[in-house]
Design a protein around this ligand. Structure first.
Ligand code: 5AD
Ligand code: SF4
Length: 471
């Protein structure tokens, strides 16, 4: 297994679209009936959805889900590489599992996800964690049954990690976390190569699913009573570019909207690929939710250039205002990185200014984390961690103020809510999300779960709303 270097990865092989159908070998169906698994997922929605596939594959093999890793026969970590702390969490968990395995020698332990795609991580596992039973990469999920079998047969660490993406796999089963909301992959990988980001290495080249496969999956979800789909990709706006048949995200959104699924969301959008046609389609169809995640990363043009983001602050603002103007009641959330190598105090203040100008409805804020093999790893980074932490705190104070302001603007309004379940925190209350993706708690009958209902907003906090349901 060799991870491509930055240059090698960037010169991506022009592989043709090749579909492969997942199928569990018959000899493995229900082979492990009576055994249990525990799957821990780190990271983004892509990983969450991969875990839905992994769970279903394990269940086809007969495993049943355990609630606690300490009681499971198989423990699997689906890992994330995006920042150092994601690595630390997974290695911390491996430490606890090692302890457990000392007294329960027969348990099987596996590691998959983005960390498995990192050569340095796999080397560390070989040298420091040889007691792990198997490792498989993000392009090898469909081979989980075979990898697991091999590791049991050989009684040694089995590793299957393709350094290059292979075929596009269709037909994997999914044990979905919700009966009402579903993730649907539309594009895998990323070709943007932002200089700080490890995703183009761990997830590989941009590969779009065929529209027929996506639409068939959505139609089935409609039949199964799902109320919402989230179309997934590292950069959904690039959907279709690799298929070169002129069919892109705007056409796909329109076709998905015509399936009459009540709610459509999509993440994540890169501003560079966001076209006017997409905005028009979002504005036209009421079942495309007026809520866009549009990462800006920085408010400084010099830093944006160093990040390789391909847009200026002015171009971002232009798109931002176009969305606000054309899509009624549109909320916009973002991602921001502080402390990119060499970011000056003034450049950081430009990010603060941008946050004040945009008044984002939600923002995920991060301190820059050096990732192995990325171009930003080599940049001089003289700013201290303490200074970066202070910048993050200052930014958080600004963005939090606007989350509250945005929530307060809804007090007294009636909003449509997809009711997801009983509130885990508030006794006798239900929770759900508004069309604009805001969490709301309210008193209501359990029979409302799974339905889209009108709720009056009565109070607003920074992270959630309170409401009253009127029959
Ligand atoms: N350091 C900090 N944040 C990062 N992100 C991606 N890579 C890094 C990194 N090396 C953030 C970006 C991206 C989000 C998913 O994670 O803001 O949009
Ligand atoms: Fe990473 Fe997103 Fe940039 Fe792709 S577009 S390289 S996933 S930050």
């Amino acid at each position: 297994m060799k991870l491509p270097t930055y240059q090698e990865a960037k010169t991506r092989n022009p592989i043709a679209y090749q579909k492969e159908q997942y199928k569990l070998p018959r000899s493995l169906a229900s082979k492990y009936a009576g055994r249990t698994y525990y799957l821990k997922t780190y990271g983004c929605q892509m990983n969450e959805h991969d875990s839905e596939n992994i769970k279903a594959i394990l269940e086809e093999m007969g495993f049943q889900e355990a609630n606690d890793y300490k009681t499971a026969d198989l423990i699997l970590l689906n890992t994330c590489s995006i920042r150092e702390n994601a690595h630390n969490k997974a290695f911390g968990m491996l430490g606890r599992i090692k302890h457990l395995k000392e007294s329960k020698k027969d348990i099987l332990v596996g590691l998959c996800g983005c960390m498995a795609q990192e050569e340095s991580v796999v080397n560390k596992i070989l040298s420091d964690y040889p007691w792990i039973n198997f490792v498989f990469g993000t392009h090898n999920i469909h081979h989980l049954p075979e990898v697991l079998e091999e590791s049991i047969k050989k009684q040694q660490l089995e590793i299957e990690v393709f350094s290059r993406e292979g075929n596009l796999i269709e037909g994997m089963p999914a044990h979905r976390a919700s009966n009402y909301k579903a993730y649907v992959n539309i594009i895998y990988g990323c070709d943007k190569f932002c200089t700080y980001c490890i995703v183009p290495y761990t997830r590989g080249k941009q590969r779009s699913r065929k529209k027929e496969d996506i639409l068939q999956e959505v139609r089935q979800l409609v039949k199964d009573g799902y109320q919402e789909v989230t179309l997934l990709g590292q950069n959904v706006n690039a959907y279709g570019k690799d298929l070169k048949d002129g069919y892109g995200l705007s056409q796909l959104l329109e076709d998905v909207a015509k399936t009459h699924i009540p709610r459509i969301r999509f993440v994540t959008s890169h501003p560079w690929d966001f076209t006017d046609e997409m905005i028009d389609v979002i504005a036209k169809y009421p079942n495309i939710m007026p809520s866009i995640h549009l990462p800006v990363q920085s408010g400084s043009n010099r830093i944006l250039r160093l990040m390789g983001r391909r847009y200026t602050k002015e171009e971002y603002l232009n798109l931002f205002h176009k969305l606000k103007q054309k899509v009624p009641n549109c909320t916009i959330s973002t991602d921001i990185i502080v402390g990119f190598p060499g970011e000056t105090k003034e450049e950081f203040q430009e990010t603060i200014q941008l946050a004040k100008q945009c008044q984002f409805d939600n923002a995920f804020t991060f301190i820059f984390s050096k990732r192995k093999g990325t171009p930003a790893e080599k940049l001089d980074d003289p700013i201290s961690l303490k200074e970066k932490q202070e910048r993050l705190q200052q930014l958080n104070e600004v963005v939090n103020h606007y989350f509250l302001k945005s929530n307060q603007s809804l007090i007294g309004k009636i909003v449509p809510v997809l009711v997801e379940g009983k509130s885990p925190k508030k006794k006798n209350q239900l929770f759900g999300y508004t069309d604009t993706n805001k969490l709301i708690n309210f008193v209501g009958d359990e029979r409302l779960i799974g339905k889209i209902v009108d709720v009056e907003v009565t109070d607003a906090k920074t992270w959630s709303l309170d409401g009253t349901y009127h029959e």
